[in-house]
Design a protein around this ligand. Sequence first.
Ligand SMILES: C[S@@+](CC[C@H](N)C(=O)[O-])C[C@H]1O[C@@H](n2cnc3c(N)ncnc32)[C@H](O)[C@@H]1O
Length: 260
Amino acid sequence: MKIIITTTQAGREPNNLLKSFIDESMLSFVERRRKALPMLMEEHQADAVIVWRAEGPVLYSGHDMEEFYFHPSMAKNRLSSLRKLALPDPFINACGLKRDSTVLDCTMGRGADAIAASYICGSGKVLGLESVFAIALVMKWGMKLYRSRMPWLDEAIHGIKVEYADHNTYLKEAKDNSFDIVYFDPMFRQPRHKSQPISPLRQLADHRPLETSAIREACRVARKKVVVKETFSSGEFERLGFKKIMGSHHNPINYGVIEL
Ligand SMILES: C[S@@+](CC[C@H](N)C(=O)[O-])C[C@H]1O[C@@H](n2cnc3c(N)ncnc32)[C@H](O)[C@@H]1O
């Protein structure tokens, strides 16, 4: 996928932050010159364009110029319920997360689970891997620049390290027992809400099923647990060798857990 970077219509010369983004991404920067994004993409034969905003990068791609950017709405709602109402969070329970646990999130996506983990475990304890370059880039910089009026949320977000990597490769090279928890939340085999429009993440994401070798390596890399989020009906727990399944009868989404 060829991606270019530009500014908003009102944007001027790249500032230092944008220069670092351009350097790190190694993508080409093109001047906006008040042009519409589809025109810019056509001129540069690009499949997608990242518009640099002060709050973080926004990726536009696909026929409908779908927007993809970092926003912690789902994590914020989950953590607010946990803080105010002490409502249990099935992911935190399945992983058995505690202060100072270390977590390797092998499928970071929009980062809701990584943020929940970082909130519980503390800053610098969560590493999120993402195999789609555009997702990893937008998430990393969106998280870095995100500021809210909730210091607890900002701290959880800023404490996550994001890496563009395929977990199959990363796990093979990782040392034994290097994280307490290794977690996978792959794209569902079938979209859960067929009637809803396909989300920008779904269009961009890596849809490969989990490899049995990734689970084997995860059992070597994790000290305490390997956890997979899936629907029971997918048959994935059985295929991947998970016997302990956690979750409620009311929710089709479950967590397969291997205790080490
Ligand atoms: C369902 S989403 C994860 C959602 C995430 N748990 C959250 O809370 O927002 C799955 C993500 O994993 C990524 N992914 C799939 N296979 C991967 C792999 N082999 N290595 C790293 N990331 C992968 C996909 O591109 C997608 O962004």
